[in-house]
Design a protein around this ligand. Structure first.
Ligand SMILES: CC(C)=CCC/C(C)=C/CC/C(C)=C/C=C/C(C)=C/C=C/C=C(C)/C=C/C=C(C)/C=C/C=C(C)/C=C/CC(C)(C)O
Ligand SMILES: C[S@@+](CC[C@H](N)C(=O)[O-])C[C@H]1O[C@@H](n2cnc3c(N)ncnc32)[C@H](O)[C@@H]1O
Length: 376
């Protein structure tokens, strides 16, 4: 069996190497463009390569459209370019350029009467403040990526490591400067919470401990689906203070509490039968993750469970997310995206049993893995 797998891998490797050798040949490329059976493949590859070259430009067109509020402007009623240029306060010629770029990117659609309305992708942006917040946040990422080789040499960027105030700090150091990231995480949390809550019935648990729970948005999103469950959130003290205020405002104070601490230095609150780590582990290097998983294992009773939700490397259909976070987390200065197999190995090493991936609707947003504490 192992031999057969190795043989098929070798065959795949050989086919890949042959394809790469042929594609690298100018003569072959010209032949493939002409030959009717290979022409569609050649065109698809050229388009894919063009997208890689032009990705930053596309992203900036999207950023401009969001900053100018184009999608909101046309969501109810398509508008002509003149009206959009007046509303956006831009010259008509520039407005038309941006509108046409957005049409090409399927963010907007031009109707037969010339008015612009939402395109297939723009329609998915409205009412999705999480994605819009990430697009705005990318201005910081691009500062660090201005010279990508310099970033690779340095191993961290200035802008993102400053934004994520816990990056590069010592265990137990006082937490300051946590204000900016809370809002970004809260804005993008509902799409993550929806993946988790659709994949896993949180309400089967008596008490959930959400470690690195930020300002409490995950708890607030899933609590209505788990009306009998109590929640404790654990995060750095100033973040936990904000979560406490949010729980009170959401009417959850009776069954939700927030405790401040540093999971690298402090004990975890006891009493939970489910521990959730939502977009937490990928922020940290292996030694911190292994130590944290060990602590979680020790804090859970027999029959308890851990749930990890974050994008995972090599997820079929979401491979590009791995490329994105490889550079994002480099700029942040710590952490890495791990594959499901790597996380499963780390869970087993920490004493958890049966790590398994749950089926999620949009693995691009987050994969979900659970593992159990077996009875003694
Ligand atoms: C009826 C007919 C004819 C057709 C119907 C066609 C059809 C089926 C349409 C479907 C429409 C639909 C439901 C579309 C749905 C679209 C969705 C759900 C889009 C979601 C997109 C999500 C995106 C782009 C997410 C981006 C997320 C980013 C960039 C996240 C970044 C996260 C960061 C930086 C996190 C940082 C945290 C840290 C530091 C790593 O811990
Ligand atoms: C990327 S955010 C995720 C927040 C939230 N789980 C979500 O998905 O929206 C990571 C969270 O981990 C917290 N965190 C980072 N290092 C921590 C530490 N050493 N101890 C406790 N919390 C920490 C941060 O303050 C932040 O709220």
């Amino acid at each position: 069996m192992a031999g057969a797998a190795a043989a098929s891998a070798t065959l795949r490797d050989r086919i890949g190497a042959l394809q790469a050798r042929l594609s690298a040949s100018d003569r072959f490329r010209r032949w493939a463009e002409r030959f009717p059976l290979t022409r569609p493949i050649a065109r698809r590859r050229a388009a894919a390569l063009f997208d890689l070259c032009a990705g930053f430009v596309y992203a900036q067109a999207l950023s401009a459209a969001l900053r100018l509020g184009l999608f909101e402007m046309v969501r109810e009623r398509p508008m002509p370019a003149v009206a959009i240029s007046l509303r956006a306060g831009l010259p008509l010629a520039s407005t038309t350029r941006l509108l046409e770029a957005c049409v090409a990117l399927r963010l907007l659609a031009r109707r037969t009467d010339g008015a612009y309305g939402l395109g297939a992708l723009g329609a998915a942006m409205v009412d999705n403040p999480g994605v819009a917040a990430m697009v705005g946040h990318h201005a910081l990422l691009y500062e660090d990526l201005r010279d990508p080789v310099a970033l690779l040499r340095a191993g961290r960027g200035e802008a993102l490591s400053g934004f994520w105030a816990y990056a590069g700090t010592e265990a137990g150091a006082p937490a300051t400067g946590v204000d900016p990231y809370g809002a970004l995480m809260a804005a993008s949390q509902p799409m993550v919470a929806a993946q988790v809550a659709d994949a896993y019935a949180i309400g089967q648990h008596r008490h959930v401990l959400d470690i690195g729970g930020g300002e409490g948005r995950f708890v607030i999103e899933v609590a209505p689906r788990a009306p009998e469950t109590a929640f404790t959130l654990f995060d750095l003290p100033p973040v936990a203070d904000r979560a406490r205020a949010r729980f009170a405002a959401a009417g959850l104070a009776a069954r939700s509490s927030a405790e401040g601490g540093d999971f690298r230095a402090d004990p975890l609150p006891p009493g939970a039968d489910l521990v959730t780590l939502v977009r937490v582990l990928h922020d940290h290097d292996d030694a911190v993750v292994r130590a944290l998983l060990g602590k979680v294992r020790a804090a859970l009773p027999s029959g308890g469970r851990i749930l990890i939700a974050e994008p995972m490397a090599g997820t079929p259909g979401a491979e590009r997310v791995g490329a994105y976070f490889a550079l994002y987390l480099l700029a942040m200065g710590q952490g890495r995206l791990r594959s499901a197999a790597e996380l499963a190995e780390m869970l087993r090493a920490a004493g958890f049993a049966q790590p398994r991936l749950l089926r999620v609707r949009m693995p691009l947003i987050a994969s979900v893995m659970v593992a159990d504490v077996m009875g003694d």
